[in-house]
Design a binder for this molecule. Structure first.
Ligand code: M6P
Ligand code: ZN
Length: 190
């Protein structure tokens, strides 16, 4: 491995990593089934297909023992009254943990295990959140500027989006009276 490839630069203004190995762009049309208000999704998509977030990942190897990391730029906005958020995922290898560091913006993290235990944390600049093994994790932007964060995870963890797409998180974050509120997800299935 070339030593130069071990150094990546984070641009804190725009959240981009230079260099990165993978870039993912998630538009609303990619995550239709993740927001609870499907009418609101269709109303927005009839006019435009906004970018919800972008991920810049450095994934050098998927072999056990390695680490990968990624920055995410999660834009501000809402679908109906539900704030823009990531899809959220369990790790395919459930016993893999992760660490998140908030760089800028204001958010929440939703953590949930497969017994339906849910933890919602604040996620503001310089907050570091430990995602324990077995917990699905989603990030929500409750502010009015991009939420930029770094995540570091075992390279062999893998992403299981299907379980979340099917069952959802038990709690969702909506805007109520101009402020973030945690409510039960009307679409959650056990
Ligand atoms: C973090 C990490 C990545 C993840 C990204 C977006 O950067 O956890 O592994 O891909 O957030 O989240 P999601 O994959 O749930 O869309
Ligand atoms: Zn993860």
């Amino acid at each position: 491995m070339n030593l130069l490839n071990l150094i990546t630069h984070l641009n804190k203004q725009n959240g981009q990593l230079e260099p990165y190995t993978n870039k993912t762009v998630r538009k609303l049309s990619d995550m239709k089934n993740f927001y609870y208000n499907r009418n609101a999704v269709e109303e927005i998509l009839a006019k435009e297909d906004p970018i919800i977030y972008e991920v810049y990942a450095v994934e050098v190897s998927t072999e056990e023992g390695n680490l990968s990391f990624a920055t995410t730029v999660l834009y501000p906005g809402k679908v109906g009254d539900e704030y823009y958020m990531t899809k959220g995922h369990y790790h395919s290898k459930r016993n893999r943990a992760e660490v998140y560091l908030c760089i800028s913006g204001n958010g929440r993290m939703v953590l949930q295990d497969e017994n339906g235990n849910v933890i919602v944390t604040k996620f503001d600049p310089d907050d570091i959140v430990y995602v324990p093994p077995y917990y699905a994790h989603r990030t929500v932007n409750v502010g009015n500027k991009p939420l930029i964060f770094l995540a570091i995870y075992p390279s062999d963890a893998g992403h299981d989006y299907g379980t979340i797409e099917e069952k959802g998180f038990r709690k969702i974050i909506i805007e109520k009276n101009g402020k973030p509120a945690v409510i039960d997800n009307p679409r959650f299935c056990k």
